[in-house]
Design a protein around this ligand. Structure first.
Ligand code: ADP
Length: 259
């Protein structure tokens, strides 16, 4: 069963059509690598999934439920958008951690705020908070940062900050974890530690969409590859199909330049 279906998604910025009708689906447990030249629309597509941008046209379906339909988008209020967003975890290029909070608090904050909405929060406050803290600690441990959980972002390297950002996204147990060029802001010697964490997630069949310029990584880690060119899907298939036997000349040209 598809966990995500994107149907005829279009996005305009004024008269500029950035996404020109995107169709793809993702199965539970699959990692999809999204590749393409700068400006081809990769970030915009991820931002549409996460409602950081409102698509101009099309549908987004998660677990067989239409969570966005451009023809019916007037009814989508802020509360519903916040709810929809929880399907998608986001890991940004520039980490986007809260500078005033420790690594652990960065991970636990959203869950604490959500827990406060629970009707039983007052009577079970200590138990609930302890559980959230334990989960945050376990996730930081899983990304190799147990020792650093009480550090603030400025006390951490870029690679460590990005690993905190991954743990923070996982805290919300998203259906689909999205990465927007997660290593492009990092010095080359720090990319390996972040890619290793993402590779580990792929090994554990975490459903992911990964925008990346790291072609070798995309080939090794993904189940499907989507090549975006000027707002359209130029090529879609297994890493072997796309990297070894591309159908389109423009894919071949791109791979020659970037691989
Ligand atoms: P990629 O991630 O593949 O580099 P983007 O999605 O960032 O591509 O950008 C695709 C196109 O959309 C570019 O031409 C970019 O200038 C344009 N674009 C992106 N965001 C905006 C915006 N908020 N307003 C206007 N144009 C935008």
């Amino acid at each position: 069963m598809s966990i995500l279906e994107v149907k005829n998604l279009k996005k305009n910025f004024g008269s500029l059509e950035v996404l020109k009708g995107i169709d793809f689906s993702l199965e539970k447990g699959e990692a999809l690598a999204m590749i393409g030249a700068s400006g081809s629309g990769k970030t915009t597509l991820l931002r549409c999934l996460n409602f950081l941008e409102r698509p101009t046209h099309g549908q987004i379906i998660v677990n067989d439920k239409v969570i966005f339909d451009a023809d019916d988008n007037k009814s989508l209020g802020d509360a519903q958008i916040r709810k929809n967003r929880l399907h998608f975890g986001m890991v940004f290029q520039s980490f986007n951690l809260f500078p005033q909070y420790t690594a652990l608090r960065n991970c636990t904050l959203a869950r604490e705020l959500m827990a406060k909405e629970r009707p039983d929060f007052k009577e079970n406050k200590k138990k609930i908070m302890d559980e959230i803290t334990a989960e945050g600690e376990a996730l930081l441990e899983s990304v190799g940062l147990k020792e650093k959980m009480n550090y603030y972002p400025h006390q951490l390297s870029g690679g460590q900050q990005q690993r905190v950002a991954i743990a923070r996204a996982l805290m919300l147990q998203p259906d689909i974890l999205c990465f927007d060029e997660p290593t492009s802001a990092l010095d080359p010697e720090l990319t390996g530690e972040v890619l290793k964490v993402i590779r580990g997630l792929a090994d554990r069949h975490t459903t992911m969409v990964i925008v990346t310029h790291e072609m070798k990584f995309a080939r090794d880690v993904s189940d499907k590859v989507l090549f975006l060119d000027q707002g359209t899907i130029a090529e879609y298939g297994t890493p072997e199909q796309v990297f070894e036997h591309p159908k389109e000349e423009r894919t071949r040209q791109f791979l020659e330049r970037y691989f």
